[in-house]
Design a protein around this ligand. Structure first.
Ligand SMILES: C[S@@+](CC[C@H](N)C(=O)[O-])C[C@H]1O[C@@H](n2cnc3c(N)ncnc32)[C@H](O)[C@@H]1O
Length: 254
C-alpha cells in the first residue's frame, strides 16, 4: 500500500465505523454518489440485527458498495436493487468482490418491485428512501415484501427538526435544492411510519456525529478531485449540524 493510500485509509478510519475502515476507501471515492455509503449502512446495522443466511433487499443500492458490505460482514444474501445504476455495472463489482453467490444485482423501480410477498427478512436503504418513501402509502407497499417480524431500516439525509417556514433557513438559502424538501426529522419518520400502520417503530433517531462525518468525507472527496462533492461540502460548512442530520429509522413488520 502506498503512503498516500495508507494516509487516506487512516484519515477515513472512523472509530464509530470499524467495519467500514477495512474497505478500500479510494475505491469508495471513485464510485461515490453522496455521503459515505458504508458509514451509513454500518450505522444502520448497529441498530438492525442481521443473521447469516437472511434474505436482505438493499433498496436504492446505487453502486452496490453497501450490498457487498452486507454480504461480507453479516453473511446475508442480498438483492442489490437500483434504478439509475445498471445491474451489469454492479455485477462486475460484485464478482470482483468474490460475492457472486451472495449478491444479486437487479434493475428495479421502488414502486414496482418484482418480489413475492413476505420474501425478505430485512429491507434496508441508505441515502435513497427519501426519493420514494415519503409518500403516505409507500410503507404499506414496501413492507408487504417482508415476512412477519422482518425489519425495514433506513438512513436518509434529514432535518434536526421540521422547518416551521416554507422557505429554507436563511443560512441555507443559497444551497437549497428541490430534493431537500424530502428531508425530514427522525420524529417525522416515526410518526409517518406509525401512521402507516402494520409495523412497530423500534428506532427513530439522528445518527450520532453524522454531520461531522459527512464534512470529513466531503473534504476528502473534494481533495481527491471529486468536483461533484463541492456542493455537499459548501452545504455542510454553511450548516454545521444546525439544520441537517442523518435520520435513521427501523421498524418491525407485524
Ligand atoms: C444518492 S444515490 C445513493 C446510492 C447508494 N445507496 C449509496 O449510498 O451510495 C440514490 C439512489 O437511489 C436510487 N433511487 C432513486 N429513486 C429510486 C426509485 N424510485 N427506485 C429505485 N431506486 C431509486 C437511485 O437509483 C440512486 O442510486
Amino acid at each position: 500500500m502506498s503512503e498516500q493510500t495508507s494516509d487516506l485509509q487512516r484519515r477515513l478510519a472512523r472509530p464509530a465505523y470499524p467495519r467500514s475502515a477495512a474497505y478500500d476507501q479510494r475505491r469508495l471515492i471513485e464510485t461515490v454518489m453522496g455521503p459515505h455509503p458504508l458509514w451509513l449502512m454500518e450505522a444502520l446495522t448497529q441498530v438492525l440485527p442481521l443473521q447469516p443466511g437472511m434474505r436482505v433487499l438493499d433498496l436504492g443500492c446505487g453502486r452496490a458498495a453497501t450490498s457487498v458490505f452486507l454480504a461480507k460482514e453479516f453473511g446475508v444474501r442480498v438483492t442489490a436493487a437500483d434504478l439509475w445504476i445498471k445491474p451489469a455495472e454492479n455485477w462486475a463489482r460484485i464478482r470482483q468482490a468474490g460475492l457472486a453467490d451472495a449478491v444479486t444485482p437487479l434493475h428495479a423501480e421502488a414502486h414496482a418491485l418484482p418480489f413475492a410477498d413476505g420474501y425478505f427478512d430485512a429491507i434496508v436503504s441508505v441515502d435513497a428512501y427519501h426519493y420514494f418513501g415519503t409518500d403516505d402509502l409507500y410503507l404499506a407497499y414496501v413492507t408487504r415484501f417482508l415476512r412477519p417480524g422482518g425489519r425495514l431500516g433506513i438512513v436518509v439525509p434529514g432535518l434536526v427538526a421540521e422547518l416551521e417556514a416554507s422557505a429554507p433557513p436563511e443560512h441555507l438559502r443559497g444551497h437549497w435544492a428541490r430534493d431537500f424538501n424530502t428531508f425530514h426529522s427522525p420524529a417525522w419518520w416515526r410518526r409517518h411510519w406509525e401512521r402507516g400502520g402494520g409495523v412497530d417503530v423500534e428506532v427513530a433517531d439522528a445518527v450520532p456525529g453524522a454531520w461531522e462525518d459527512w464534512l470529513l468525507w466531503s473534504e476528502v472527496c473534494v481533495a481527491e478531485g471529486v468536483a461533484a462533492a463541492q456542493g455537499d461540502l459548501d452545504l455542510i460548512q454553511a450548516d454545521r449540524g444546525r439544520t441537517l442530520c442523518f435520520a435513521r429509522a427501523v421498524a418491525r413488520a407485524n
